[in-house]
Design a protein around this ligand. Structure first.
Ligand code: ASP
Length: 251
């Protein structure tokens, strides 16, 4: 999509507990100098009220000069999306988020606005739903959206909070094993394992990684032959180029 302007963060909170602090420079670059109004989508919040979640985001973005309104307060939510100057989608539970986007008829509206160049920032679940499907989430399916198909603003998948940590003696799958299963079952759909501290920056066809990884040594790439890591700062054209979904192997 030639006009898309996206910032897809792995996580919102840094090791010191500061909310959206590590992304301040990239947020400014995406959204411009304030004042600017941002429409917040709080639907990934489950144990936090949407009021409190919106308030938290408002407090984090106010010092950058941005005003936040929340879509859940709008009398006509789809109209609010269609009128938004910028859209921010918060993290939490990805199933909960996507179910609400479908329930309120917002999937198409967000997709169209982002494709038209309205800046979109997502963190965690908000980054996962920017992908073709939400099937690379880490979350538990606590609710059931009508489909796992998501916004498709980028042609590859993101796994947020990517980590190489595996407790000694723990027998469950590593994150890398889980993502290797995804690409085996979904040939032609590459996955970017995005460590905390990192973010994907999209300006039309220009896709790059920014930030500093804190939960893994580097961003990991799955499903692209011969590539296992993505370097920060360089264009990630190989992700775009190898995104050619093929039929999954028969069960
Ligand atoms: N639960 C995560 C979030 O913070 C999403 C994920 O881990 O896939 O939004």
């Amino acid at each position: 999509m030639p006009h898309t302007r996206l910032l897809l963060l792995s996580n919102s909170t840094d090791a010191e507990g500061r909310y959206l602090h590590h992304a301040a420079a990239e947020l400014r670059d995406l959204l411009g100098e304030g004042p600017r109004e941002i429409l917040f989508v709080p639907y990934a919040g489950v144990t936090i009220s949407w009021e409190r979640y919106a308030e938290r985001t408002r407090e984090a973005l106010a010092p950058l000069g941005y005003r936040v309104t929340s879509v859940h307060e709008a009398p006509d939510r789809e109209a609010a999306v269609r009128a938004a100057a910028a859209i921010a989608v918060g993290g939490g539970n990805t199933f909960h988020l996507l179910r609400a986007l479908y329930a309120h008829g917002l999937v198409e509206a967000v997709r169209e606005r982002a494709a038209a160049g309205v800046p979109y920032v997502g963190w965690s679940a908000g980054s996962v739903v920017a992908c073709p499907t939400m099937r690379t989430t880490n979350d538990m399916p606590i609710v059931e959206p009508p489909s796992l198909a998501a916004l498709g603003l980028v042609p590859f998948q993101i796994n947020a909070h990517y980590t190489t940590f595996h407790p000694p003696g723990f027998r469950g799958e590593t994150r890398a094993e889980r993502l290797a299963e995804f690409v085996a079952a979904n040939p032609g759909v590459p996955v970017l394992g995005l460590p905390e501290g990192m973010m994907v920056r999209v300006r039309g066809d220009d896709v790059r990684l920014a930030g500093t990884p804190t939960s893994a040594p580097a961003a990991a790439v799955f499903g692209v032959p011969g590539v296992s890591e993505a370097p920060a700062g360089e264009r990630l054209d190989f992700l775009r180029a190898s995104a050619r979904p093929r039929a999954a192997p028969a069960p």
